[in-house]
Design a binder for this molecule. Structure first.
Ligand SMILES: [Zn+2]
Length: 223
């Protein structure tokens, strides 16, 4: 397969700024896993953000996730990296867990507090739960999202993830990505994530962390 990371360079029709006529370069990128198309203005990406705010965030006094040992349902799963998964009190799937992350006395409430060891805890606990779901043929997909920080839309200040084994019907967007992954694997005999990692390591610009867990900036981001 040629050009797994597909990028097209374009130039806008010219326009004038302060009497100077110019065209601007723009990029069109295709996400290798989803096939989704992303439009990027490199010039815009270099511009600074014109918002400044001050935050006054206070820790809450009583946190049921810090007190998980007495305040959450059972059975609980203790992951070797330090995270704990407990049954979701408000489930909407057959398997529905909340994974709670240490530290248990002091909350990390900003997204910028998130660090690489937290990623490793997330991935490790996610894998444990996905493996459990894979033993049940009712489960056709695995859903995993994390609420981290005061602006994550979470009702709980304590950083946590939700993990669910999806039953009945799978999401068409995931179906499409899954089909695409299978097609690529069949066509080139290699898993798309392996190809992605290989190409991103060679390029290096989007490689943020490379250890047991690899963190990449999205090649074709949509936000
Ligand atoms: Zn807490």
């Amino acid at each position: 397969m040629v050009g797994f990371l597909r990028e097209f360079q374009g130039l806008t029709a010219s326009f004038s700024v302060n009497g100077v006529s110019r065209g601007r370069p723009f990029l069109t990128r295709v996400d290798p896993i989803s096939g989704n198309v992303s439009k990027i203005s490199p010039e815009r990406a270099r511009r600074t953000i014109g918002i400044s705010m001050e935050l006054d965030m206070r820790p809450i006094n009583q946190c049921s996730f810090c007190d998980y040992a007495t305040a959450t349902p059972q059975p609980r799963i203790q992951h070797s990296g330090g995270a704990v998964s407990v049954p979701n009190l408000y489930p909407w799937e057959k398997y529905d867990w909340i994974t709670i992350y240490p530290p248990f006395s002091q909350h990390q409430v900003l997204l910028s507090d998130l660090y690489f060891e937290d990623m490793e805890m997330m991935i490790e606990s996610s894998y444990d739960l996905a493996e459990r779901c894979s033993r049940d043929e009712d489960v056709i997909a695995f859903m995993d999202f994390t609420n981290w920080g005061a602006f994550a839309g979470a009702s709980q200040q304590h950083p946590h993830s939700q993990r669910k084994g999806v039953t009945s019907v799978s999401d068409p967007v995931q179906e499409r990505e899954w089909r695409r992954c299978l097609e690529i694997t069949e066509a080139v005999g290699q898993h798309p994530f392996d190809i992605l990692l290989q190409e991103e390591r060679e390029d290096g610009r989007r490689l943020i962390f490379d250890n047991d867990v690899v963190v990449l900036a999205a090649f074709a981001p949509t936000c």
